[in-house]
Design a protein around this ligand. Structure first.
Ligand code: GBH
Length: 593
């Protein structure tokens, strides 16, 4: 049979895929034993001549993803010392703006600012964006392997995460490079489909051993490992089995996965994040048609089902961590920009509130306020049958030790043309059910801040709003402290520069980091309890559907040689702590073998 017919067969509604718990790396394909006769009755299916077919992991890959590229380097590389010539900071890049009619003053240290003792800061990555080694050591496919290979998400560049930054084999050097600059924390995500190739069933010891070494290498270099359990790479099998996050079944599978990870790495990790940006991965639903098993939930409702189960999964994982005696903080990572009403009209205020409710509040109110959705969102969710029971509410409420927010940017919000209440009562309005509009252009007609890369139009350097943002979070969703768990910037047109010397001077990203760090310092000095911040990203990587050309790295990655180079912005980021942190910035070099 042709491959394409196999795929059609495996995706047809009469076939279900079930993991065989007794056979490592094999899948049973079961054809339904019954069918519906023309008179409507359920009868034995005459075509069920083959009820089970066993396929192994490689065949599963071949069927759903197809050929996967491999890197030339495919064993773990021992680190080499970072040459001191690479640790020389760049010349100053820019100067304070001229106050009108005056000469520019020299910038001096502000003695009333500080990052208090214990403030943790670092850089981040996510498994699918950096690891590569897609099929190595028993990794099963995730939905992102299908997105990049089959579902034509990458219309621009056709990039995949097959090889990525080859971080799966180069992590030791990558950790050595951040330690050499004195970076005290590294936030990684674990690939669920490495640990459980089919998302559930048997555990893959090779994958556990790999992350043992990543975590231990961090510790060896004095870098705190921070771990996210889920950064969007859902095991494909769970999507095809029951619709992934659309089904409540995901809650127990996620909990089982979380249990294995907590048990294995437990107290080596000081900060845990359960799920990354549920707003984003839930808005992937409905998934592109024709590549995954069909689901029956109406398309427009799907992201909300996903969110509902994501909250339950997070809460369950939180309780598991506590019951296992995990000492590190546990939270989920929320995301979204600061929301500024476009005008001071009461309609724009209403629309802005709805925007908070349908984004951050959707996930944060249940966890940080009262176990339930914000009232505007609750009205919508109940109308499609999504309600938490009393027991679920008490299970969810309070399941985060800190508030983690990926806070990149800010935007303006305003009411729909017909007004908020007309929209809310009209399901055919294109803005329904949120019923708010947004724009990056403000009332003056100017963009809110300097533009980033052309393929990240959502992002501007809008750091002036960060102190207000942090105040808002502290007041709205009280917690044991705020960590800015991601922030960063894609230098515009970086991909057009050809010489390394040109690339690594990145003034707009550097400015973003300088201004952002100052904004956090201002917020702290005003009494906001910011306990840490994590820059995105440790190095250039697969920027999801924008591919490799949109670069967020504090280090440049040459995708031919896989060599990494520090960008000026990395030094700027580190400088903020050299000047303002109470804890000293200590570069650590561990002698190679
Ligand atoms: C983070 O999300 C991700 O966690 C990280 O993996 C990613 O590499 C990093 O940002 C940089 O993008 O194209 O208009 O539909 C940040 C929040 C939410 C920003 C989704 C982009 C898509 C906006 N992201 N959003 S749009």
């Amino acid at each position: 049979m042709k491959l394409s017919s196999w795929i059609a067969l495996l995706l047809s509604p009469s076939i279900s895929l079930a993991a065989d718990p007794n056979a490592t790396g094999s899948v049973i394909v079961q054809e339904n034993a019954t069918t519906t006769a023309s008179n409507g009755s359920s009868v034995a299916n005459p075509s069920a001549f083959a009820t089970t077919i066993s396929i192994d992991l490689k065949q599963y890959w071949d069927l759903f993803v197809g050929p996967v590229q491999t890197a030339t380097i495919n064993t773990t590389v021992e680190p080499t010392p970072v040459p001191t010539s690479e640790l020389i900071p760049p010349p100053p890049l820019y100067y304070a703006p001229f106050p009108t009619g005056h000469q520019s003053a020299l910038v001096t240290k502000n003695e009333s600012w500080k990052f208090p003792h214990g403030f943790y800061w670092g850089v981040a990555s996510a498994a699918y964006q950096v690891e590569g080694a897609a099929q190595a050591e028993g990794r099963g496919p995730s939905i992102w392997d299908v997105f990049t290979h089959r579902a034509t998400y990458l219309t621009l560049t056709n990039d995949t995460g097959d090889v990525g930054d080859n971080h799966y084999y180069l992590y030791k050097q990558d950790i050595a490079r951040i330690a050499a600059l004195g970076v005290p924390a590294y936030s990684i995500s674990i690939s669920w489909s490495r640990i459980f190739p089919y998302g559930r069933g048997q555990v893959n010891e090779l994958a556990l051993a790999h992350y043992d070494d990543v975590i231990n290498t961090c510790i060896q270099y004095g870098v705190k490992p921070l771990v996210t359990l889920y950064h969007w790479d859902l095991p494909l099998y769970l999507q095809n089995l029951y619709g992934g996050w659309l089904s409540e079944e995901i809650v127990d599978d996620f909990a089982a996965y979380a249990t294995v990870i907590f048990q294995r790495y437990g107290n080596k990790v000081s900060h845990w994040f359960t799920i990354n940006e549920p707003i984003v991965f839930c808005s992937e639903y409905p998934l592109p048609e024709g590549y995954f098993a069909d689901v029956t939930i109406p398309q427009k409702h799907q992201q909300y089902y996903c969110g509902h189960h994501a909250i339950l999964a997070h809460a369950k994982a939180y309780h598991i961590a506590k019951s296992l005696g995990i000492k590190g903080t546990v939270a989920f990572k929320n995301n979204g920009g600061y929301k500024i009403p476009l005008t001071n009209s009461s309609e724009d205020a209403l629309a802005t509130q709805r925007a908070w409710d349908f984004n951050e509040g959707w996930f944060s109110n249940p966890v940080y306020v009262d176990g339930d959705y914000p009232s505007t969102f609750k009205t919508w969710a109940s109308s499609i049958g999504l309600e938490f029971t009393q027991q679920e509410k008490s299970m969810i409420n309070g399941t985060a030790d800190i508030y983690a927010h990926d806070a990149y940017t800010s935007s303006f919000y305003y009411a729909p043309e017909v007004g908020v209440s007309a929209c809310v009562s009209d399901p055919t309005n294109t803005l329904y059910p949120g019923c708010f509009n947004s724009s990056n252009i403000g009332p003056t007609g100017w963009l809110i801040g300097a533009a980033s890369d052309q393929y990240s139009t959502w992002l501007q350097s809008a750091t002036d709003w960060v102190p207000a943002f942090l105040h808002y979070i502290q007041e709205t969703w009280p917690s044991g402290g705020i960590v800015v768990s991601e922030f960063g910037f894609s230098e515009p047109y970086e991909e057009l520069r050809t010489s390394l010397a040109d690339i690594v001077i990145d003034p707009i990203r550097s400015m973003y980091y300088r201004d952002y760090m100052q904004a956090i310092l201002i917020a702290i000095s005003e009494g906001v309890n910011v306990v840490g911040c994590i820059a995105w990203a440790i190095m250039d990587n697969l920027e999801w559907s924008s591919g490799y050309n949109t670069r967020f790295g504090l280090q440049y990655v040459n995708y031919t040689s896989f060599e990494r180079s520090y960008k000026a912005s990395f030094f700027e980021y580190v400088n903020a702590f050299k000047v303002y942190a109470e804890d000293p910035v200590v570069p650590i070099f561990v002698p190679g073998k």
